[in-house]
Design a binder for this molecule. Structure first.
Ligand code: NAP
Length: 248
């Protein structure tokens, strides 16, 4: 296999990144732009997207992915694309006994349903064009570990991993690879919201052999690996980016 020139790795490719306004999505857009992709950045807050466009030269679309009709229209309008990163996610912390139906539904709608809708529209277009493609779903260590207060969130990420495997099975024959990336706590606005209390984050940190939380760019690099030709035979995996949390 040929040597990959990192600056040109995604030259000629178009990528969608959802939830691009902050955190892991923001870092992923920056990295994909640095590596030559055209990027369509999708998120909910226009000001965030304008900053991202100014910094990286990406295209931007403001949409609330909790709305299925708007999500589908945005996904259709963005075609044709070669790469999709389903990154948008929300975490609303509630004790299991107090988890509301509204919060559960909102979490599933953004974290799982919107990912399905975007992947359907991208894959239909890829199949019609016969180009193949790659899709990465941003899941979480929470797919595998039952963190207190995270019932809806853990359910959504477990669901996203399961859907990733089905997509890999059904889309693989069309040369579309689908994988998930499963980070530990990552230092983004979401990570800080959920884990800012040292009484909570200290014991968590103690369970990570590398003894630190992840940086957004470390997750972005793993996403880029799964999107690119370096992972050309990798399909249907949920790849932990957890500093060894689950190894011990
Ligand atoms: P973040 O800092 O909260 O950023 C999430 C981005 O997604 C924001 O730009 C947000 O826009 C956007 N978004 C949320 N809901 C949306 C909606 N309904 N429609 C459109 N855009 C929406 O989160 P992050 O930490 O970067 O997380 C990114 C992904 O990584 C998520 O799927 C998360 O579950 C996963 N993850 C995060 C961690 C962590 O510790 N940070 C660990 C494992 C997995 P607004 O700000 O405008 O709402």
């Amino acid at each position: 296999m040929n040597h990959i020139d990192r600056n040109r790795e995604f030259a000629g490719k178009t990528a969608i990144v959802t939830g691009a306004g902050k955190g892991i999505g923001y870092a992923t857009v920056k990295l994909l732009r640095e590596r030559g992709a055209r990027v369509i950045a999708i998120s909910r807050t226009t000001d965030d997207l304008i900053s991202l466009r100014d910094e990286t030269g990406c295209d931007i679309v403001t949409v609330d992915l909790a709305n299925a009709t708007e999500a589908r229209a945005a996904a259709r309008d963005a075609q044709p694309v070669d790469l999709l990163v389903n990154n948008a996610g929300i975490a609303e912390l509630q004790p299991f006994l107090d988890t509301t139906v509204e919060s559960f539904d909102r979490t599933m709608n953004v974290n799982v349903r919107a990912a399905m809708i975007f992947a359907q529209e991208c894959a239909r277009s890829m199949i019609a064009r016969g180009t193949g493609g790659a899709i990465v779903n941003v899941s979480s260590l929470s797919a595998n570990v039952g963190f207190a207060l995270h019932a809806a969130y853990c359910a959504s990420k477990g669901g996203l991993d399961a859907m990733t495997r089905v997509m890999a099975t059904e889309l693989g024959p069309h040369n579309i690879r689908v994988n998930a990336v499963n980070p530990v706590i990552t230092l983004t606005p979401m990570g800080e919201k959920a884990w800012s209390d040292p009484a909570k984050s200290g014991p968590m940190l103690a369970r990570i052999p590398l003894n630190r939380f992840a940086q957004p760019v470390e997750v972005a690099r793993t996403i880029a690996y799964l999107l690119g030709d370096d992972s050309s035979m990798v399909n249907g995996v949920s790849l932990l980016v957890d500093g060894g949390f689950q190894a011990c």
